[in-house]
Ligand binder design. Structure first.
Ligand code: MF3
Ligand code: CO
Ligand code: CO
Length: 287
């Protein structure tokens, strides 16, 4: 069976917890069942935006470092170690570690895994794709980003999926402007993805972010009227479309985290944290 038809991933073994030096401040939710409810605003002042940008830069740099190591023969656990060590070396906390008891410092989602794959002893193979999703917490603020990397040479169909998912994030960002409803973002993404017959994941969304990892604000990646929050200058949120070669419906593994396409079709994702500006948007998760 060609590698782009359907994935065949099985859960691996998860290694012992990595620790974070005591001097690094941690989010309030760490190793609690759930975070505290966020009651603040999604609109940030310039001081807060710069803090999100500093956290976001660390996340982006960690992704690129781990992405460069994503070659055949490397395990996702090794990628997690690279992310973890870099993030803590910058004095930041890897936000996923202990978030609703999630055990690792990033998410690594291979092939048919839509999102939230847990790093384990699974070894990357030629032709795989792997998404690396990193959130860093620094000075009281989170920055969240992800990218999908090709492992060695991938099939043409999978390469196109990756590049068009990258473009879908660009298209979603390009319609961001004050005064518009956030649902314009999903409309832009889905109308682009539909040209290629791709599935557009609906049940995992972008989100407000800042002092909280997930603020409660929802950013849809599909065409809907439901999410009608009006964008304002200073509003900070993520856009993180997940596109598939097949269905948008999903299953979850017994680990209660790993989300995969129901038909095991290959899926890609890209994510940025951004702020709404007078003229459009500013990306806060650049290296
Ligand atoms: N970083 C992911 C997002 O984009 C969330 C991961 S939560 C985890 O929202 F617990 F699964 F790591
Ligand atoms: Co996110
Ligand atoms: Co993320």
């Amino acid at each position: 069976m060609p590698k782009d038809a359907a994935g065949h991933l099985t859960p691996g073994r998860i290694s012992a917890r990595l620790d974070v030096p005591q001097g690094i401040p941690r989010p309030e939710y760490v190793w609690k069942p759930a975070p505290a409810r966020f009651t603040g605003s999604n609109v940030k002042n310039s001081d807060q935006i710069e803090k999100i940008r500093r956290a976001g830069r660390i996340a982006a740099q960690a992704i690129d470092l781990a992405g460069a190591a994503a070659v055949p023969g490397v395990s996702t656990d090794q990628l997690d170690k690279i992310v973890h060590e870099f993030v803590v070396s910058q004095g930041a906390y890897p936000s996923t570690l202990g978030y609703r008891n999630y055990p690792k410092s990033c998410c690594t989602s291979i092939n048919e895994v839509i999102c939230h794959g847990i790093p384990d002893d699974t070894v990357l193979e030629e032709g795989d794709i792997v998404n690396i999703d990193v959130t860093a917490y620094l000075d009281g603020f989170h920055g969240d980003s992800n990218k999908t990397f090709e492992v060695g040479q991938v099939s043409g169909r999978v390469h196109d999926l990756v590049e068009r998912t990258r473009e879908a994030l660009q298209r979603g960002m390009s319609v961001v402007a004050p005064g518009r409803e956030v649902n314009v973002i999903g409309r832009a993404i889905e109308s682009y993805a539909k040209r290629f017959g791709y599935g557009v994941v609906r049940d995992f969304t972008g989100h407000g972010i800042g002092e909280a990892f997930h603020s409660g604000l929802i950013i849809p990646h599909y065409d809907t009227n439901v999410y009608a929050d009006v964008m304002e200058v200073g509003m900070v949120f993520t856009i993180e479309p997940m596109l598939t070669l097949g269905t948008h419906t999903w299953d979850i593994w017994q680990d209660q985290w790993t989300i995969l396409t129901k038909d095991k079709s290959i899926t890609a994702q890209f994510e940025h944290t951004l702020v709404v500006t007078e003229t459009g948007f500013d990306i806060l998760t650049l290296p």
